[in-house]
Write a protein that binds this ligand. Structure first.
Ligand code: KG4
Ligand code: ZN
Length: 327
């Protein structure tokens, strides 16, 4: 039986394909980004995204198979993101995976993208211990979940409006920084001073998040302070985000007493966020698990690793797209 899973991720604006073994070792990976396709729109344009996936998907699969020198016999299964994501983009991955699974006579699992992000902490090296508290901060999602073990997920809270990543991207646009905004904000914030007191939405209540008020407040500040210092605005914005995320985490740690804390999703690539989480980990004595920085953003390796869980659970092979799939 083969010892690699072929993972395919096309839920948003990255076409990614990877071969990963059961221990999270990556035999090959290739990710084609669509930043250039979408940059003039200031956001992901769904029609163009699916067309770009369609062009990239087969060459990307060929590249990855060649990189690993892998053939059908090395493969145990195919795992492909089923949702959440853009309908047209998901369909490209799903139909390609389905065709390959028929041609190669392999099982094919439709994978929840959010479970993929959670598994990203175990890529290259096993890190997560249970019970775990997981905070997912990406462009599409912001949520807090409690995992009693590898297979049981309890959703504690999610965002009522914008995700953290969306907020980073929109503030970056307000400040005239390009796409993707997150890394630019992260860089700017490192050299600024957090001297502007932006609001900390919902900091004192439960596990729900809200970020649109913070985003508007930054836009208002920039409009009314033409002399604004970009680094300081970025640093103050990041400070507000981290305060909110940190407060919710501390609350959940006190209530759930997890063995470890995992922070995943694109914004977990932020150096500021990583440092802040490290501080919380040291304060509370809960060990911190972060994905390697390059695997925090969307990639097929995390989808392939999550597929191994579906195999172990003998999960149903569901290949219909689910744009609004929940954890
Ligand atoms: O996980 P991801 O690749 O896609 C989704 O599933 O949404 O997350 C993308 C988000 C974007 O909003 C991007 O600006 C943000 O992650 N991001 C970062 C950094 N790298 C990516 N935010 C802050 N600092 C970074 N270094
Ligand atoms: Zn993602």
């Amino acid at each position: 039986m083969g010892d690699l899973v072929l993972g395919i991720e096309t839920s948003c604006d990255d076409t990614s394909v990877a071969l990963v073994d059961q221990n999270g070792q990556i035999a090959a990976i290739e990710t084609v980004s669509q930043y250039e396709v979408h940059s003039e729109f200031g956001g992901v344009y769904p029609e163009l995204a699916s067309r770009a996936h369609l062009e990239a998907i087969l060459p990307t699969i060929e590249t990855v198979m060649a990189q690993a020198g892998a053939g059908r016999l090395e493969l145990r299964a195919i795992g492909v993101t089923r949702g959440p994501g853009l309908m047209g983009s998901l369909l490209v991955g799903l139909s390609t995976a389905q065709a390959l699974s028929m041609a190669w006579d392999l099982p094919c699992y439709g994978i929840n993208h959010l479970r993929g992000h959670i598994r990203s902490v175990d890529l290259e090296e096993k890190r997560l211990t249970y019970p775990a508290l997981v905070m997912l901060v990406s462009g599409g999602h912001t949520l807090l979940a409690y995992l009693q073990d590898q297979h049981s997920y309890e959703l504690l809270g999610t965002t009522r409006d914008d995700s953290v990543g969306e907020c980073y991207d929109k503030v970056a646009r307000t400040l005239g920084l390009g796409m993707p905004g997150g890394p630019a904000i992260d860089r700017m914030a490192a050299s600024g001073t957090a001297r502007i007191k932006f609001p900390r939405p919902m900091i004192h209540s439960g596990y729900e998040f809200s970020f649109s008020g913070l985003k508007s407040s930054v836009a208002r500040y920039v409009e009314t302070h033409p002399e604004f210092v970009i680094d300081d605005v970025a640093a103050s914005f990041v400070d507000a985000c981290l305060d909110v995320l940190g407060a919710k985490l501390r609350r959940a740690i006190a209530q759930k007493r997890p063995a470890s804390l995992a922070v995943v999703g694109g914004v977990a690539a932020s150096r500021q966020l990583r440092a802040h989480m490290q501080q919380i980990s040291e304060e509370t004595g809960v060990s911190l698990c972060l994905p390697p920085q390059k695997w925090a953003t969307d990639n097929a390796a995390m989808i392939a690793l999550a597929t191994w869980d579906y195999i172990a659970q003998n999960a149903p092979q569901e290949l219909d797209p689910k744009p609004n799939l929940r954890l």
